[in-house]
Design a protein around this ligand. Structure first.
Ligand code: ZN
Ligand code: ZN
Length: 406
């Protein structure tokens, strides 16, 4: 018997409470940075499994020390989204809440973080139940506010590095549109680095009939939007991947008034720090130059927000975990995942410790079905084999480092 088969032996019992917990979490999503009940539930369960549990920065960490050996950290994000669920599932969320702007919004686990919580708690129980075949420390980290890129930083700001030992390796997983039961993993960049920028352009207000007395920020903003499209097409080396999207352009109130400012909300996605510097530098250069071209009376302002770091999997860690996945799941259930344009703040915690990491994708949908994407009101992963595969993946990856047969 290998360590993996021994630790996974009681999985049938774990699966029962996991499915109930999954439905409960799915029906009770909470917004980013407001995951109070979710964190309390996690804390209760980890404590009952015998973990040393500490709430940190809105999240929860459980540490299970089991003799000498490496320290392995597995992270799950726990927040829901302001989306009104339309999946028609019998356990669909009907929850609503009032957001920070005072609007009543629907609430849904539209990114599958309920899968992440359930699979990590399941793996945490299994690791605690059967300790003989492994040695070392297993850390289960539950992070709030992934969707707003604030949660990992909040845990670090609250002193996470003093609360847990330095992990030798860190893992994360995300349920994605692949076939349920399959796992995608790849070394190198796997999720993009993202920045959002609020750009304010200044004009000079005037009557719509007297444009010569003002500086029209709408014409200026239009020129900026057009010109930004040239960054990816004309400034990056062919093959360097990036996205520059203007998601909002706001200016003006009436047809006969030239307003005095325009605001743009720009979002960028890149896969290396070098390309990030090029893209952000080009945006600022173009905006400033267009303001000058329009004789703008005041320099533009740039406010950066919702900044996600690059998720770039360590080569050796990814190869080791991939080999363990291949051995456990069989090579037909493990595939090399392409980098995706979405972003994550997962890497902040391993980066704070200087810890190598790998982050893999967990399939969650029936074969051949067209899966609604993450964040869609129709996002509906199937419970099984998703929950079981996700639980097994955590145990298999952890034991690749902690198993006594290794
Ligand atoms: Zn998401
Ligand atoms: Zn997510």
């Amino acid at each position: 018997m290998t360590a993996v088969t021994e630790v996974l032996a009681p999985l049938a019992d774990t699966r029962q409470w996991q499915e109930e917990l999954y439905v409960h979490l799915h029906q009770h999503p909470e917004l980013s940075s407001h995951e109070t009940e979710t964190a309390a539930e996690i804390q209760r369960r980890l404590t009952s499994f015998g973990y040393d549990v500490t709430p940190v920065g809105g999240g929860v960490v459980g540490v299970l020390k089991n003799g000498e050996g490496p320290t392995v950290l597995m992270r799950a994000d726990i927040d829901g989204l302001p989306v009104t669920e339309q999946t028609g599932l019998p356990y669909a969320s009907t929850a609503t809440t009032v957001d920070d702007d005072g609007n009543t919004v629907g609430l849904m686990h539209a990114c599958g973080h309920d899968v992440h919580i359930t699979t990590l708690l399941g793996a945490a129980e299994l690791m605690a139940k059967t300790r003989a075949p492994w040695s070392g420390t297993f850390i289960a980290l539950f992070q709030p506010a992934e969707e707003t890129a604030a949660g990992a930083q909040a845990m670090l700001d609250a002193g996470l590095t003093d609360v847990i030992p330095r992990p030798d390796v860190a893992f994360g997983q995300h349920v994605l549109g692949h076939e349920a039961g399959r796992i995608g993993i790849t070394p190198g960049p796997v999720m993009s680095c993202a920045d959002s920028i609020k750009i304010t352009l200044y004009g000079a207000g005037s009557h719509g009939s007297m444009p010569q007395l003002g500086v029209d920020p709408i014409v200026l903003a239009s020129a900026v939007v057009q010109r930004l499209q040239g960054i990816v097409a004309r400034e990056l080396t062919p093959g360097e991947r990036a996205v520059v999207t203007v998601g909002a352009l706001n200016a003006g109130t009436k047809s006969n008034i030239i307003p005095d400012r325009a605001t743009l909300l720009v979002n960028t996605r890149v896969y290396s720090d070098e390309v990030r510097a090029k893209v952000l530098g080009a945006i600022e250069r173009i905006v400033k130059a267009e303001c000058e071209a329009s004789d703008s009376p005041k320099p533009p302002t740039f406010e950066y927000y919702d900044q996600f770091p690059l998720t770039s999997n360590d080569q050796a860690t990814s190869e080791k975990v991939r080999a363990a996945f291949d051995a456990h799941f069989g090579t037909d259930r493990v595939f090399t995942m392409e980098a995706i344009a979405a972003s994550e703040d997962f890497s902040r915690v391993p980066d704070a410790f200087g810890t190598p990491y790998t982050y893999w994708g967990l399939g969650g949908f029936p074969a051949g079905a067209k899966a609604a994407p993450n964040h869609s009101p129709f996002f509906a992963p199937v419970q099984q084999p998703t929950l079981t595969a996700g639980t097994e993946a955590v145990v298999v990856a952890a034991l690749a480092y902690l198993s006594k047969d290794a």
